[in-house]
Design a protein around this ligand. Sequence first.
Ligand SMILES: C[S@@+](CC[C@H](N)C(=O)[O-])C[C@H]1O[C@@H](n2cnc3c(N)ncnc32)[C@H](O)[C@@H]1O
Length: 194
Amino acid sequence: MSDMKARMFNKKASSAKSKSDLIVRTLSPKPGQHVADVGSGGGHFSFLFARLVGTEGKVYAIDTDRFLLEFVKNDAEKKGLYNIENVLAEENSFPVRDENLDLVFLRNVYHHLPDRLNYFMDMSTLLKKETKVAIIDYDGRDRLSFHRLFGHYVPKAMIVDEMNDAGYRLLEDHTFLPQQSFLIFSLFENKTIN
Ligand SMILES: C[S@@+](CC[C@H](N)C(=O)[O-])C[C@H]1O[C@@H](n2cnc3c(N)ncnc32)[C@H](O)[C@@H]1O
């Protein structure tokens, strides 16, 4: 069942409409970098990142669903990718304690997080000032879409406001996705940690 779910996530993530190659090119992780793929689903993006960061780098595939993580583990082995660490997450806490993260990536996951302010404030205590936090989510612009009708979206302005409140500033706003916003944040320079 979870294999089916994982394959379905990967099929959607790799479709032309999803523009995953352009997303990854835009983020351009470098060899040796550390990437956290939050809500990694079937692993499509974790696999793309893993190839780019190479054997010196590391990708954390993070999900609340242990069966999806199992799928990612098996598929990574088949693909010969040994730089992916699978991490089982609680719903409301960022589980990775790596102070060398270069990129935190969330695609279609932001709307699932139950307490986004605390989630990202907690994460901010760990990140470097250069770490990019990339958030892709449905923005509800298509009023008749499934995502809009079932509340699986967050308007772009709301993401920006919430991330500002959590201590992050907007660096880049990419508009090439047909139904989703694609925003890149980093920490405010003068962030104070309480
Ligand atoms: C719509 S899927 C997106 C999967 C993948 N990011 C992609 O783009 O193909 C959402 C994923 O987020 C996971 N998820 C939901 N809430 C989560 C949370 N609080 N922390 C980590 N993962 C979560 C789900 O189990 C699911 O795999």
